[in-house]
Write a protein that binds this ligand. Structure first.
Ligand SMILES: Cc1cc2nc3c(=O)[nH]c(=O)nc-3n(C[C@H](O)[C@H](O)[C@H](O)COP(=O)(O)O)c2cc1C
Length: 389
């Protein structure tokens, strides 16, 4: 089973990811991993931290001669900011105390207060260090490896931004537009339509001017996914549910949509199902539309997968919200740490990683194999069975 874990504090030494259960012989490019890390750091509205960090993956186990060897993979991404935090977050207590930077005014919308009560801390520092979306750097590195596996079978996963605040793309983007958008070397807000993107930028500028923050919606699209990943047979094998969990597990994501769920909820049944057709010359089934987003009954149906993530606006505001001081219990303005104003394009990249990871898990559940050759044999055999169906 393909599994991963991440460890690391936002201002600690580094982030670490370990991955197990991948077959041997998957081609791995460090440059490709670093390119995904770079994409996660882009977008108009990022805070000062992204100027300090230029994330680079160090793969320290499980990959040799640019290929997986079937052993657990370990990836390390150093925090360049760590040098400024050695006294604040030392591993071993510093005699005399070191330099403390306690956070006693929990920020609404963060794990700060609930985390302090749960773990019995009177300083939210340890909570916010781990709750921070800096953790997603490790997820994106894992996602790059999942993409390498999927890519070996022709499956591609990309994202684009469809809304920032109330500014929304009013049409469906084509795959070609999404590909061109993801290849840009300068990222504004990750929208395929320049005019809409301009309005999105104006909305972010309003947030900058007023000390506020802004959320939005990203869409992840997966192409060339074979029919039959995931299953209808148990609640936790349904792939739509697994994708939803992966997307909502992302920091600041509060909602998920599979296919055109919102539109469907407001329509009649006759308008929203993807009718079934058969091409007798080509010997294949095809659909009248793809409103289901490539998933029916928790199983991929061979159409492209569409999943959207809904981000709330970032919780840390330059104009701090009301809170209470944990020491005095008096009303106090919430703590402020250097913060992003808009992260929707970056969230899209993280969403890609999460979708790629879930698809890679479902792919390996179905096709298995200890080496890529074995996985490919199983995959090709299944495709043959589908062709003969
Ligand atoms: C890419 C990304 C960057 C983020 N940057 C910040 C930030 O700079 N400041 C902040 O307060 N929250 C930021 N967040 C959101 C918080 O991590 C998140 O809201 C918080 O951990 C609480 O979790 P929840 O919103 O999922 O409930 C970011 C989220 C993402 C996806």
């Amino acid at each position: 089973m393909f599994r991963f874990e991440t460890a690391g504090e936002s201002h600690g030494e580094c982030l670490v990811a370990t991955l197990t259960g991948l077959p041997a012989d998957i081609p791995i490019s460090i440059q490709a991993i670093n390119h995904e890390l770079w994409r996660r750091q882009q977008g108009y509205g990022r805070g000062g931290r992204m100027k300090i960090e230029t994330d680079q993956a160090e793969v320290v186990a499980g990959v040799r001669h640019s290929k997986t060897i079937g052993a657990p993979i370990a990836i390390l991404i150093r925090n360049r900011d760590w040098k400024n935090w050695t006294e604040i977050l030392p591993v071993e207590r510093i005699e005399g105390g070191g330099e403390a930077k306690p956070v006693t005014r929990p920020r609404p919308g963060h794990a700060d207060l609930a985390g302090c009560i749960k773990y019995n801390f009177h300083d939210a520092r340890y909570v916010l260090e781990r709750a921070s979306a800096r953790e997603t750097t490790a997820r994106v590195a894992v996602g790059a490896i999942a993409k390498a596996l999927l890519g070996a079978f022709g499956i591609e996963v990309l994202s684009h931004v469809i809304a920032v605040g109330a500014e929304r793309l009013q049409r469906q983007a084509t795959w070609e537009e999404i590909v061109a958008n993801s290849r840009k070397t300068e990222v504004l807000l990750g929208c395929v339509d320049p005019e809409t993107e301009g309005r999105m930028k104006e909305a972010v500028d309003v947030a900058y001017r007023t000390g506020d923050t802004i959320g939005g919606i990203f869409e992840v699209v997966a192409r060339n996914v074979p029919v039959g990943l995931g299953s209808h047979i148990t609640w936790d094998s349904r792939l739509d549910g697994r994708l939803a969990q992966a997307i909502v597990s992302m920091q600041a994501v509060k909602g998920v949509e599979v296919g055109s769920a919102e539109e469907q909820a407001a329509s009649y049944g006759s308008k929203v199902q993807d009718t079934i057709h058969y091409d007798k010359e080509d010997h294949r089934f095809f659909r009248g539309a793809n409103k289901a987003g490539g998933l029916e009954g928790g199983i991929t149906n061979g159409s492209d997968i569409y999943v959207r993530g809904f981000l709330k606006p970032i919780s840390t505001l330059r104009r701090p919200l009301e809170s209470v001081d944990l020491e005095t219990r008096d009303p106090a303005a919430a703590a402020y740490e250097r913060s992003d104003v808009c992260v929707v394009p970056a969230a899209g990249v993280i969403g890609e990683a999460m979708v790629a990871i879930v698809l890679a898990q479902a792919f390996l559940e179905k096709f298995g194999g200890d080496s890529l050759a074995e996985t490919r044999r199983n995959f090709d055999g299944y495709l043959q069975q589908v062709r003969e169906f």
